[in-house]
Design a protein around this ligand. Structure first.
Ligand SMILES: C[S@@+](CC[C@H](N)C(=O)[O-])C[C@H]1O[C@@H](n2cnc3c(N)ncnc32)[C@H](O)[C@@H]1O
Length: 203
């Protein structure tokens, strides 16, 4: 991928090159489809693994969000863990949305809704938000993204974000705490393999 072909563009220029990989998600061995031009196409990213291994089980019902779904490891985990919930798999990359749709069908997760950010109805309130967010879009865009979605938590809804220690996890934690104010806490709930999980919830 070149500097002009990021995985976070709507239509990546790099060859689609579909491939099947075998992954462990939600305690199951699954074959999923990935492609060039999406994030971490050959394996479940290490940061994503830290998120999935350390965060407690998601709520069993309500609207759950995987913010920046890529080919779908987080959304598929949420959907298989909580088959009664509705799982929004959101990304700006249309190739990623195509893959997550196909992967949900492959693993029998009929509760995944793949959507562009603007296609999630405004009245959806999130019982949980899990994300390996797109740090590489730059600080301004990342901050805007988080301030767009974190306030959409339902009362009691928790957000879990995995961020590399070297990619500004600690400064992001401080910034979120300042922005979100005293009604919300931003805690470091896990630290492993060079990643931190930040949890945002009502104080
Ligand atoms: C670090 S990757 C994580 C992908 C996937 N969740 C995983 O764990 O493999 C971040 C994702 O966020 C997406 N993204 C970038 N900007 C976004 C935005 N404004 N809204 C939603 N998703 C975005 C990227 O396209 C990318 O797929």
């Amino acid at each position: 991928m070149t500097g002009h072909d990021h995985y976070f563009t709507a239509q990546p220029a790099s060859p689609d090159e579909r491939r099947a990989i075998t992954v462990e998600l939600a305690g199951r061995t699954l074959e999923v489809e990935t492609a060039g031009g999406v994030f971490s196409p050959d394996h479940v990213d290490l940061g994503t693994q830290v998120l999935l291994r350390t965060v407690p089980a998601p709520p069993s019902t309500g609207d759950l969000l995987d913010l920046g779904c890529g080919w779908g490891p987080v959304a598929l985990t949420l959907a298989l863990a909580s088959p009664q919930a509705r799982v929004w798999a959101v990304d700006v990359n249309e190739r990623a949305l195509d893959l997550v749709r196909r992967n949900a069908e492959r693993v029998g997760a009929s509760n995944v809704v793949a959507a562009l950010p603007d296609d999630v109805p405004d009245d959806v309130r999130l019982a949980a938000l899990w994300s390996n967010p797109p740090i590489r879009v730059g600080k301004g865009a990342l901050h805007a993204l988080l301030l767009r979605w974190l306030p959409r938590r339902a009362p009691g809804g928790e957000a879990h974000l995995v961020v590399g220690k070297n990619l500004g996890a600690d400064s992001l934690q401080r910034w979120l705490a300042e922005q979100l104010g005293p009604a919300v806490s931003v805690d470091r709930t896990a630290s492993a393999k060079g990643f931190r999980v930040l949890t945002v919830r009502d104080s």
